[in-house]
Design a binder for this molecule. Structure first.
Ligand SMILES: [Fe+2]
Length: 218
C-alpha cells in the first residue's frame, strides 16, 4: 500500500537580530501554525542567555543534563547520539516526558553536502493525507520500545501509533525506528500482538515512508 505525502518545509525567517529580540510567545504561535520555524543568520546566544530567554515565557523540562543539551560527538561514548553516526527516526522525550516545544541552536554547521541533516516528520499531515485504508491499519498498531538507560533516557514503554495532541486534539503519530545492535545503546521496537516477522515488515514499511516521503529540506 502506498501513501504519497508531500514534503513539508520549515517557515524561514531571515534576521541578523539575536533570538532574544523575538517575543517567544509569538514564535511559539508560529510554530503551532508551521510546525518548524527556522531563524537564519541570527547570532548564537550563550547557554545562560538562551536559558533566561526561554525561562521568561516557558517552563523548561529538566533532564539528567539540565535544560540544555550539548549535542556533539563526545567519544568514547556510551550512546550512539554522541558519535558521528546517524540517529534513527524517533520522537523526543519518549522514555521520560515529551516536551511541547523544542529549540535547537546551531553553533557549528557542517560543510554543505557532508551530512548532518535532520529529518522531521509532520505527523499531523501524514495522517490527514493518508488513505482511509491506511488510517484503519495504523489504528490497530501499538509499539513497544525498550532500551537500557546509558544516557538521559531508557526503560520500556508501549504506545499506540495513533495519538491525540494534548493541546490541539489533532491526531498525531508516534513511531520510532529500531536502533540496531551495531549502534551503541540499541533500542528494540516491536508491534504488540504481532509475530516478530510481521513486526519487522511493518516497521520497515513505516520507516520507508519517513525516509522517502517526508524529508524536510532546509
Ligand atoms: Fe531527538
Amino acid at each position: 500500500m502506498e501513501t504519497k505525502i508531500k514534503p513539508f518545509k520549515p517557515h524561514i525567517i531571515h534576521s541578523n537580530k539575536p533570538l532574544s529580540d523575538f517575543a517567544l510567545p509569538n514564535l511559539l504561535q508560529q510554530v503551532m501554525q508551521h510546525k518548524i520555524i527556522l531563524l537564519r543568520d541570527t547570532p548564537a546566544l550563550t547557554r545562560d542567555e538562551l536559558l533566561s530567554y526561554c525561562q521568561q515565557n516557558a517552563q523548561l523540562l529538566s533532564w539528567d543534563f539540565g535544560a540544555v543539551m550539548d549535542m556533539k560527538v563526545d567519544e568514547p561514548a556510551k550512546n550512539y547520539l554522541f558519535t558521528a553516526g546517524d540517529v534513527p527516526l524517533h520522537w523526543d522525550g519518549a522514555f521520560y516526558q515529551e516536551p511541547r516545544f523544542l529549540l535547537f541552536q546551531c553553533i557549528e554547521a557542517p560543510e554543505a553536502g557532508s551530512g548532518g541533516e535532520t529529518l522531521f516528520v509532520n505527523t499531523e499531515r501524514v495522517w490527514q493525507e493518508s488513505s482511509e485504508q491506511q488510517k484503519k491499519q495504523w489504528s490497530d498498531y501499538s509499539f513497544t520500545f525498550q532500551t537500557e538507560k546509558l544516557a538521559h533516557y531508557g526503560g520500556a514503554i508501549s504506545r499506540p501509533m495513533i495519538n491525540q495532541h494534548p493541546a490541539t486534539g489533532e491526531i498525531i503519530l508516534r513511531f520510532a525506528e529500531p536502533v540496531g545492535e551495531d549502534y551503541l545503546n540499541p533500542v528494540t521496537v516491536a508491534l504488540v500482538n504481532k509475530t516478530a516477522r510481521e513486526s519487522a515488515r511493518i516497521i520497515q514499511q513505516i520507516s520507508a515512508l519517513g525516509v522517502f516521503a517526508l524529508k524536510a529540506s532546509f
